[in-house]
Design a protein around this ligand. Structure first.
Ligand SMILES: Nc1nc2c(ncn2[C@@H]2O[C@H](COP(=O)(O)OP(=O)(O)OP(=O)(O)O)[C@@H](O)[C@H]2O)c(=O)[nH]1
Length: 659
């Protein structure tokens, strides 16, 4: 099962993503369909690449690459929409691409976030680099995973600005694709090389994402501010307009104070027309006589004819008018007008300057909808929709052909005794203008930088590993060479020495003697341990060996001391050659050897008698005496020594001296 998952896990997981995409098409809102469609394309391209990689039908590979390229195109276009300056391609041009999108949704509302766009690009191009598993796979997978995670954090933790939220089917499909890539990319044995590079680059990526988040949220705040700034400006302008019209109404009323008599209808009409020409939202300007109080004049007369002579204190605006007739400027709330409309009435008292009495009041009927319409700047109307509402009823709404962003900000405005809500809603195009390219540039350059850091650490680590490998191999090689040299020396040594006693062997002895100058006196000594067979038989071979070694060392010390060479001749026999010794001196050395062995005090089986040696010795000055001749003579002398009772020296040759 484990092996099956390791072999086919990525294909299975990629296949599973397809039903998620299909289900998502029915379950997710239409604005998510572009993202879902892209996920579907990524899935198909990965499947195609997977199949060609797995079964190697080489004829299909160009098709798989073509599908990948086709999938990459819209993703790259989306990336460009985040990065290209508006001067190169503005919102309207980007929107053209999506005019035929089935849901007719504006571009801004269906565009996936830059995090998801980059993650999908990574997922689609990853299979193209399957031949370079170390350099691309792990870092691209880690980046795609972290970008998806960051998108989810942004989606749930922060206010996003019309970025598409991942709903469950889309998220599931993306997670399956990531898991499929994980199965393919799992570094296994390469983890040691990749791990350090990944850890370093992921730390940088984390810092980068925090930085990106900071810039992005800053920008989102700025974009959110767009509608607020707009509505604040409008509120301020409206306040100024109301104040200016209020002053105009005051001046209008004062202008009648000095008249000396109640205004005539002609004069009223004349001055009121003048005022309305400036403030066209003043629907009616009426003169209310203190007597009655009744409406004496009204401008415009045609629409207000029925009002003339109307007793006004019976209407809703009693309080405001009463205040005005007592000398205070006042205003009503939004009231039903006698002529059928609705409006706010402002009252200004008109005094009689001679008697200081109130003569009457001027009533100004203001149409709020027309008042608000005056401050809506037509030049900016395609960027914002301005609405004025009162108690849920829209009194005024500007016409905006652009798609609106639902990003609306409202202020409360007071006109007369009524509160009005004035709202500005930015269009998507206006928001797009306000979106800074900086966060996207930070993200993309940061990702490239992270990738470079990864490659740097990865190659550095790999080179170090290879270097260590070569170093280890060198060490091993050097050890091997040293071992071989030692072996060689051992072989050479063994070729010239006896292994048991570690004294030179007969061959080395012959070579050594051959090298001696034949004109020099040479003494050849043949030494044999007495009754050695019995030692072996009765004390055992190991003891025999040990005795051989002790005797050999003892003999060697003495011979070397006299400038000669001792060698093992065979069995329990030794041979020595000493140059430049007179026969007497040679006999002394022989004696020294015999005593030396005796002094070793190596006991025999009975424990009383000790190991002794017999020696045959010859000294010659004749150059014609060859080594075999000399050995033979010395051997004969030894034989005699044996016959003579052992533990003795026999001399042979020209000077035959026996002890
Ligand atoms: N332990 C041991 N015994 C050895 C080695 N080489 C030869 N011998 C023994 O040395 C003995 C030599 O015996 P012989 O040649 O009969 O002479 P011997 O007993 O010393 O008697 P003589 O020489 O007549 O005094 C034999 O028993 C060999 O097996 C050796 O390397 N180690």
């Amino acid at each position: 099962m484990k092996a099956f998952i390791a072999r086919h896990g990525d294909l299975l997981l990629t296949l599973l993503a397809l039903p998620c995409v299909a289900a998502g098409w029915w379950l997710t809102p239409p604005v998510e369909h572009l993202l879902l469609g892209l996920v579907g394309m990524v899935t198909l391209s990965r499947l195609a690449m997977n199949v060609t990689r797995r079964w190697r039908p080489n004829r299909l590979r160009p098709f798989a690459i073509m599908i990948t390229a086709i999938t990459t195109l819209p993703l790259m276009a989306l990336m460009a929409s985040f990065l290209l300056p508006d001067s190169v391609m503005n919102y309207a041009q980007w929107s053209l691409f999506f005019d035929h999108w089935p849901e007719q949704a504006p571009f801004y509302s269906i565009r996936p976030s830059i995090l998801m766009t980059v993650a999908l690009i990574l997922l689609v191009v990853l299979p193209l680099f399957s031949s370079r598993p170390g350099e691309v796979g792990p870092i691209a997978l880690a980046m795609a995973t972290m970008l998806t995670a960051m998108h989810l954090i942004e989606q749930h933790g922060f206010i996003s600005l019309h970025e598409i939220s991942l709903s469950t089917p889309t998220l599931l499909a993306i997670v399956l694709l990531l898991a499929a890539e994980f199965v393919t990319q799992w570094p296994g044995r390469r983890l040691a090389t990749v791990g350090i590079a990944l850890a370093a680059s992921m730390t940088i990526l984390l810092i980068l994402l925090v930085l990106w988040h900071y810039h992005n949220s800053q920008n989102i705040r700025d974009v959110n501010q767009v509608a607020r700034t707009r509505v604040d400006t409008l509120s301020e302008r409206l306040g100024q307009e109301i104040s200016v019209s209020d002053q105009a109404m005051q001046r209008f009323a004062i202008s009648w104070d000095t008249a000396g008599s109640p205004p005539s209808s002609r004069a009223w009409t004349h001055r009121a027309r003048h005022l309305v020409e400036h403030f066209d939202y003043m629907q009616t300007i009426a003169y209310i006589d203190q007597q009655g109080p009744r409406i004496r004049h009204a401008y415009p007369l045609q629409t207000n004819q029925p009002l003339l002579g109307h007793h006004v204190l019976s209407s809703d605006d009693d309080m405001a008018l009463s205040a005005a007739l007592l000398g205070d400027a006042s205003a009503t709330g939004m009231v039903n007008l006698t002529n059928g409309g609705r409006g706010v009435i402002f009252y200004q008292p008109i005094h009689d300057l001679d008697t200081a009495a109130i003569r009457g009041a001027a009533g100004f009927v203001i149409d709020p909808a027309r008042l608000f319409a005056t401050i809506d700047d037509a030049s900016d109307s395609h960027n914002f929709r301005i609405r004025v509402m009162q108690n849920g009823t829209t009194l005024y709404s500007s016409n905006t052909r652009e798609a609106l962003s639902m990003l609306e900000h409202c202020n409360i405005l007071r006109l007369g005794q009524s509160n009005f809500t004035i709202c500005a809603e930015a269009s998507y195009a206006r928001l797009f203008d306000e979106r800074s390219k900086l966060p996207a540039i930070v993200l993309i350059t940061g990702l490239l930088f992270t990738w470079m850091i990864y490659l740097l650490v990865y190659f550095h680590h790999r080179l170090r590993q290879r270097h260590n490998g070569v170093k280890d191999a060198n060490y091993r090689l050097r050890g091997e060479v040293e071992k071989r040299i030692a072996l060689q020396q051992e072989v050479e040594w063994l070729a010239q020495h006896d292994e048991l006693t570690r004294v030179p062997n007969r061959r080395y002895f012959s070579q050594w003697v051959e090298k001696l100058d034949v004109s020099r006196t040479r003494t050849i000594i043949v030494i044999d341990i007495d009754h050695f067979k019995k030692i072996n038989d009765l004390l055992g071979h190991p003891t025999g060996d040990r005795y051989l070694q002790r005797v050999a060392h003892c003999l060697q010390d003495i011979v070397t001391c006299h400038g000669g060479l001792l060698a093992r001749f065979g069995g329990e026999e030794f041979i020595a050659c000493l140059p430049d010794l007179s026969p007497e001196r040679a006999a002394e050395v022989g004696e020294q050897l015999r005593r030396g062995v005796e002094a070793l005090n190596l006991t025999r089986h009975d424990g009383h008698t000790i190991v002794t040696i017999s020696i045959g010795l010859i000294t010659t000055r004749r150059a014609s005496d060859t080594l075999p001749d000399l050995i033979q003579s010395a051997d004969q002398a030894l034989y005699r020594a044996k016959l003579g009772g052992r533990n003795r020296i026999e001399m042979a040759g020209i000077l035959d001296t026996s002890t």
